[in-house]
Design a binder for this molecule. Structure first.
Ligand SMILES: C[S@@+](CC[C@H](N)C(=O)[O-])C[C@H]1O[C@@H](n2cnc3c(N)ncnc32)[C@H](O)[C@@H]1O
Length: 240
């Protein structure tokens, strides 16, 4: 039966059969690093060590960007959110150094990396109400599903309701990074953000949005887009 209290999610929740090692991680390791939404979120208790700021990545895909950022910035706490189970399993394999294949973007895998990552393995809209006002310092929304057809426009993540929540949870001066490779979504984001008084676009020249920021880590989806000849853009907005 449809649960009418849940927001409708249109993407994929699961893909190919998850291999034994990853299935084991989902069962045993995910509970250890999952965000506990039953308690009030506090910067003091969210991570097992002191952190200076909290960054949120929405739709982390295979988790390569999140894991690499978390490794580079051990004093920052990262909340990673992803609905797609296979993606969550892949992040867990990166966190435990059990990933197979190409993990070359991630240097020196270390067990300590788990210290500053907490995962919410569901729709971020279910998490919003648990996050206090101004709790987050930066939000990454990297290559959100573009839903390019006009009749699917209401499925696009960048919309007034979600922007209202992002504005609430971001601290003043906090950053919202949005990357996309889809022409329809590029224009859509610019329009939605232009209409949202809570954010200002930080770009001063076109190279600011044509090129990735200095601390950028390439994502799987970005690699795919570039390989297929599409040119990503990198929008950065500041919470006013
Ligand atoms: C096109 S993929 C991009 C993945 C990754 N950011 C990358 O660049 O490789 C978009 C991801 O966002 C996730 N997603 C979409 N809506 C979401 C939501 N409401 N909450 C959490 N994750 C979501 C999807 O499951 C999917 O993995």
């Amino acid at each position: 039966m449809t649960d009418l209290t849940q927001p409708k999610f249109f993407g994929r929740r699961k893909g190919r059969t998850i291999r034994k090692t990853k299935a084991h991680l989902l069962e045993t390791f995910l509970p250890q690093v999952s965000l506990d939404t039953r308690v009030n979120l506090s910067k003091k208790t969210l991570f097992p060590k002191p952190i200076s700021r909290v960054f949120l990545e929405i739709g982390f895909g295979d988790g390569a960007h999140l894991a690499a950022q978390a490794l580079k910035n051990p004093d920052i706490g990262y909340i990673g959110v992803e609905v797609f189970k296979n993606g969550v399993a892949h992040l867990l394999s990166l966190m435990t150094n059990t990933a197979r294949g190409d993990v070359s973007t991630i240097p020196a895998l270390a067990p300590e990396r788990t210290d500053n990552i907490r995962i919410f393995a569901d729709d971020v809209r279910l998490l919003f109400s648990k996050i206090p006002d101004s709790f987050i310092d930066r939000v990454y929304l990297l290559f959100p599903d573009p839903w390019p057809k006009k009749r699917h426009a209401e499925r696009r993540f960048v919309n007034p309701d979600n922007l209202k929540e992002l504005a609430r949870i971001l601290c003043h001066g906090g950053i919202l990074r949005i990357a996309t490779d889809h022409p329809v979504y590029k224009a859509w984001v610019l329009r939605q953000m232009h209409n949202c008084p809570d954010f200002v676009w930080t770009a001063k020249t076109s190279s600011d949005w044509r090129n990735p920021p200095a601390d950028w880590v390439e994502t799987k989806y970005q690699r795919k887009a570039v390989a297929e000849g599409r040119r990503p853009v990198f929008f950065e907005y500041r919470r006013v």
